[in-house]
Unconditional design. Structure first.
Length: 371
């Protein structure tokens, strides 16, 4: 008896990657758009975007430049949609980090326009996926939106990405590693072949990042750096596409979502919060699920995260002075009825999560039965 029909948005229609990919992509861009809305945000990448806009103009396009005022936020999207329609624009080119890429994808989705993503770091796999996270104007996570398809064109230019601070790649490594720690828990017992393959690919991804992540940070632009950057920004997205809705995020992303509710964490990158969330999830598996292997995994990750300058406790997140009510607010949001946290194979209360949240660096104690 055949399995139920499912639909997966697996990958962008076309991916151009490597050094000089942006210049080589000009023909592919022109095939898709003539009057694109070019979306950005960060002041740090403004000069870079100015140069890319000039490239588009020199190739005969008529781009309309626009900037987000916030993260991927409904306030921005409501203002941008009429601008794009009135121009009229025939596509969206999003240039920047994950929140800019998400905003560009969501805007293109709503307007029914082609979408081109141009990551300027390897901090997330947002340039690949058919998903957009939406935030409040103050940067608090509100929810995610599933899109009809992945971008029409993804341009992952190594020369552009290598200019980003090393911290962004470390953040991308943590975000990508969550694929294994979350999918292996939520989907590891699935009988679906693609889901099984996605989970195993997530394991290989984790292994690569553990082996080469630190070396990649030391040598931007090297072959090792290229493998790690593409693993974080591209392979992680492919895993999500293959696994689909049944290859789910779990507590690591739920903790991220809860942390964003506090303004003190808004200077912490997405993947940094998710990486901390991995440690919290493993602590929950240890304390509530009774999984001794989770304790061993956390013990392995702690020194690795330290070597990448990733946060491993509340102090690293800037929450040294957080009140008990603030910590409870994080846990309450992360434990909402519709939270990904409930994809864990055991029930977790807000009190359980609070205990895990404050004890991520507790050294695992070997069971007396272990020899």
């Amino acid at each position: 008896m055949g399995s139920r029909c499912t639909q997966n948005a697996i990958a962008p229609a076309r991916v151009l990657r490597g050094r000089g990919a942006w210049q080589q992509a000009q023909g592919a861009i022109s095939d898709l758009v003539a009057r694109p809305l070019v979306l950005g945000r960060s002041g740090a990448t403004a000069p870079l975007r100015t140069g890319l806009l000039q490239d588009l103009i020199s190739h005969g396009l008529e781009p309309l430049a626009a900037e987000l005022q916030f993260d991927c936020c409904e306030d921005d999207l409501r203002a941008l949609a009429p601008r794009a329609s009135q121009a009229p624009c025939d596509g969206v080119i999003a240039i920047g980090g994950g929140k800019v890429l998400d905003a560009g994808k969501l805007l293109a989705h709503r307007l029914g326009l082609p979408c081109i993503t141009v990551p300027t770091s390897a901090a997330t796999c947002a340039g690949w996926t058919a998903l957009a996270n939406v935030y409040s104007p103050l940067g608090a996570f509100r929810g995610d939106v599933a899109l009809d398809r992945c971008p029409d064109l993804l341009i992952f230019d190594h020369d552009l990405v290598a200019q980003a601070p090393a911290r962004t790649l470390a953040s991308g490594i943590a975000d990508a590693m969550a694929k294994w720690y979350e999918a292996s828990v939520s989907s590891g017992a699935s009988s679906d072949g693609l889901v099984q393959q996605a989970v195993q690919q997530a394991r290989l991804l984790r292994d690569l990042l553990l082996l080469e992540g630190q070396d990649a940070l030391q040598a931007p632009g090297s072959e090792t750096w290229a493998r790690v950057a593409e693993a974080s920004a591209l392979t992680a997205g492919l895993i999500g596409g293959l696994g689909g809705a049944r290859c789910r995020t779990v507590a690591a992303h739920a903790v991220h979502n809860g942390l964003t509710q506090l303004a003190d964490t808004h200077g912490v990158l997405h993947g940094e919060k998710v990486g901390f969330g991995i440690l919290v999830q493993l602590r929950l598996e240890e304390l509530v699920g009774g999984n001794l292997l989770a304790a061993q995994a956390r013990r392995q990750l702690l020194p690795f995260f330290r070597s990448l300058a990733l946060p491993i406790d509340l102090a690293d997140l800037g929450l040294t002075g957080a009140s008990l009510s603030d910590l409870k607010a994080i846990c309450a949001f992360a434990c909402r009825p519709d939270s990904d946290l409930h994809n864990l194979p055991f029930a977790v209360s807000s009190d359980d999560l609070l205990t895990a949240l404050v004890s991520t660096t507790t050294v695992p104690v070997a069971s007396p039965r272990q020899t």
